[in-house]
Design a protein around this ligand. Structure first.
Ligand code: CA
Ligand code: CA
Length: 438
């Protein structure tokens, strides 16, 4: 455990971690992940691409690429919202984020949520908000729709549209939007490095106000602390740049770090991270860099200050990264691990969220144990998702959503671990020797 993670860990949780360490010590060594199982949340879905939940809400919302949001509650699945979207290639209904005030009566964001989709007429990405009905939480007031912003896309290209949108814990007014380079090979318009394009970026906008009262298609504010505010020639909405297709991102709900899985081209898939205390402004290098290498065939003039990924991996193990989550479900053996996967090969890995850099040699391969879970084998991983209490979901593009759960008895084993730790500590105190745990 790194000092960064230890600092963030509340004392009671630290005790749980020690208890777990005690259990692992008892069974004789490294974490085996034998204590993980899967539970089927929903099946029979049509090309699901995302799953999420509002805070303090027992429902799971599932996004289908074709334009429908379904809600899973108590084992039943129902339609929540359907909107017309373009669906060619990587277009579709791509992102969903609940306002942090969604469940807070009286908050500006009460009953509000945001979607990111491909406009059926133009193929442009549209970020829009809706509100659920005041009288029926399973219905959406279609008249509540407000277009927040529109991201112009190259008309002829239908891939690399990004999709993830989300809120950073503690920043209730700032919506983060991940955009792809607009499509094609080698970013033909050099959008990701362009300071005047929304493409190949993370954007950050303030959804609590409208800085453009004369423009009905721009209904947001620019946060005054965005990194390029007042920088000539750079759009002030830009929070980070140099991305190819950051299809899935997430905030660590405990630390506030932003994690992005940026889909590579022909050589490397990569995981990028922006630490919570960073002001933003990172340039992650595309199209000059693909993972930790210079992009083959690109000879652009060097750009200073490019930020390498936390981790990259080659095409031998995966061909399209799906960014995941730092697990903050306290019942999970994966607590404190960043879990991510690959859409094409279906492999799933975990790395310690406190690392500075990593390789797959530092990662734990969870593929086999999760495929052997109660919910059955997992195919193309289109997304991960996080539940209201930090539960980890995996979205199988073939039509199901599963939750990663502890195996029955894990809590009992953690209790056994706690007893073992306290026994060893007491014995160590009695003997004067340092405790031999963890
Ligand atoms: Ca406006
Ligand atoms: Ca990069």
């Amino acid at each position: 455990m790194t000092s960064a993670v230890r600092r963030l860990t509340p004392p009671w949780l630290s005790r749980l971690t020690w208890a777990w360490a005690g259990f692992v010590g008892l069974i004789g060594g490294g974490v085996t992940h034998a204590a993980i199982d899967t539970r089927l949340v929903a099946s029979g879905l049509s090309s699901p691409v995302f799953a999420t939940a509002p805070l303090n809400d027992g429902r799971v919302f599932i996004v289908e690429k074709g334009g429908t949001i379904k809600v899973s509650q108590g084992g039943a699945l129902s339609d929540f919202l359907t909107i017309p979207v373009a669906t060619a290639s990587e277009q579709g209904l791509l992102g969903l984020a609940f306002d942090p005030g969604y469940g807070v009566a009286g908050a500006a964001g009460f009953r509000r949520f945001f979607v990111n989709y491909s406009d059926p007429a133009t193929g442009d990405n549209v970020i829009a908000s809706y509100r659920t009905s005041a009288t029926n939480a399973s219905q959406v007031e279609s008249a509540s729709r407000i277009e927040v912003l529109r991201i112009d896309q190259p008309a002829s290209l239908t891939n690399h549209k990004g999709g993830w949108i989300g809120f950073k814990p503690g920043q209730n007014n700032n919506l983060y939007i991940a955009t792809g380079d607009g499509g094609g090979s080698n970013d033909p318009f050099n959008n990701a490095q362009s300071r005047s394009s929304f493409l190949g970026k993370v954007l950050r906008v303030d959804i609590s106000r409208d800085d453009f009262p004369g423009d009905p298609t721009r209904n947001y504010g620019v946060p005054s602390n965005n990194p390029f505010v007042n920088v000539a020639g750079t759009l002030p909405e830009i929070y980070a740049l140099g991305l190819r297709n950051p299809w899935r991102g997430s905030f660590d709900r405990l630390s506030g770090d932003l994690w992005l899985g940026d889909v590579g081209q022909g050589s490397r898939e990569e995981v990028d991270r922006i630490l919570s205390n960073s002001p933003g402004g990172q340039n992650f290098g595309w199209r000059l860099r693909e993972g930790n290498i210079a992009t083959p065939g690109i000879s652009d003039p060097a750009v200073p200050g490019l930020v390498d990924p936390v981790l990259d991996y080659p095409r031998t193990v995966g061909r399209s990264i799906t960014g995941g989550y730092v697990v903050r479900d306290i019942t999970s053996e994966l607590y404190g691990q960043y879990v991510f996967g690959d859409f094409v090969t279906g492999r799933i890995w975990a790395i310690d969220a406190g690392v500075t850099t990593a390789t797959l040699a530092n990662a734990v391969d969870l593929t086999a144990v999760l495929d052997a879970g109660s919910a059955g084998a997992i195919g193309n991983i289109s997304s991960f998702g996080e539940g209201a209490n930090g539960e980890l979901y995996i979205v199988d593009y073939g039509g199901k959503v599963v939750q990663v759960v502890p195996e029955p008895g894990t809590w009992a084993m953690m209790l056994a671990g706690a007893l073992a730790v306290s026994w060893r500590l007491r014995r160590a105190r009695q003997s004067g020797a340092p405790p031999q745990v963890a």
